[in-house]
Design a protein around this ligand. Sequence first.
Ligand SMILES: C[S@@+](CC[C@H](N)C(=O)[O-])C[C@H]1O[C@@H](n2cnc3c(N)ncnc32)[C@H](O)[C@@H]1O
Length: 442
Amino acid sequence: MNDYEPEGWPGVLLREGKTLLRVPNTVNQENLGPHSKKRSSVFYNPAMSGSRTRSVILLNYAINSGFFGEGVVYALDGLAATGLRARRWMNELPSSSARRLQIEIVDSNPESLLWAKKINEEIPPKNGIDNLTYTVGDLRKVVLNSGRHWIDIDPFGSPVSFIDSAIQSMARTGVLEISATDSAALTGSSKSPLMRRYGAKVKTDGLAQDSGLRVLLANVARIAAKYDRKIEPLMSIWDSHHLRISIKVIKSIEAANKVEDNLGWRVFCPDNVEIGSSKSQELNLPKNGILPMNCFLPLDFPVNSNDKRISGPLWTGPIGNREVMSYFSPEEALSLCGPEFDENDPMNRNQKDIQHERNIIEKSIKNIMNESRAIDCNHHIIVDDLASWLKIGSPPSPKKMVEMLENLGYRAAVTHYGRPSFRTNATWELIVECAMHFQPPI
Ligand SMILES: C[S@@+](CC[C@H](N)C(=O)[O-])C[C@H]1O[C@@H](n2cnc3c(N)ncnc32)[C@H](O)[C@@H]1O
């Protein structure tokens, strides 16, 4: 790359987390300043700031908990646009973690990388560590140039075309973070692309986003198995317009052979035979005979492909890791990523503005730490659906349900999810009893 000044420089100065960035003022976003008719080809989406914040926290956890041993951590910000994600890793991680990183920023748009490089020259990481390199090219080729511990895939639309080569290039233990904005496909609204890209079906009910995350996980697990690797989900998030999975990828032929143990189907309104075949230990039926709303079936269960109740094939194992998610506390998030008030703030923000920025950081991790307590539990209950299913008036509060189930000795937690819901390992019988308990007498 040469030292050419990108078109539109210096553009608009912004801050995300603790990191300052510049984007062209013609970038396709609102509230970024005066727009000309010509839209910039450089991409920046503030709505994805939560995903970048979680990425900083997860990377810090992975480095500190020894995922990658003691040496250099080779990271790739694969579809980097302005390189903001990589710049946030470098700038917001404590020096002890940042020092171990060697980050390659890749984008096929040379103009994007000019912006990435120029802003990093103007405002380098505060810790003085700047191990960033810039590569213009197609990620599907560039990724194969060397082994990586950490790969971020954040495409426009579907990630499917990037996953295969990314998995091939991973070190023996690595972390892969994948965004998917083809949410209409993954959540079952656009059936043809869902079948074409992911070979799956998803019922468009309250659990559609959860099923979409699981379809993506199943897809990646299958690809990983082809290359003698297993996956362990660390965190799976539905965030308004996109889905994001973070997984550990580990070389192990033995585990890859067992990939189908974690794959299967989700069936809505299961019958007694299906309930009997479910892997779940938590489906004891209440005496009044009310069957559960849904359950998982193993992959070898003979499902009818025209059955509208079925979603899958999808990942039926846990979609997150208890220890990893418990690290996402507000204190940790704010300490790593929360800006502090400074009288010489280059953005001229007052105390109230800074508090607003800190609130955004806290919001991006809301409930993740709490949900860690029950992330491996089979029941994910959307309370609106529960109320309709049981034909009771108003939906019970997820918080109250969780309190009651925990008091009864079960694990339960409110979710980080688009609809009010909770996860629990309580029996279905008990869930029904608790929900009935909260109904006012008629
Ligand atoms: C959604 S944006 C990435 C946003 C960025 N990760 C962030 O956090 O701001 C997708 C980027 O991928 C780039 N891109 C698209 N196809 C590519 C390919 N095959 N190889 C490398 N970059 C590609 C685009 O130029 C665009 O900048």
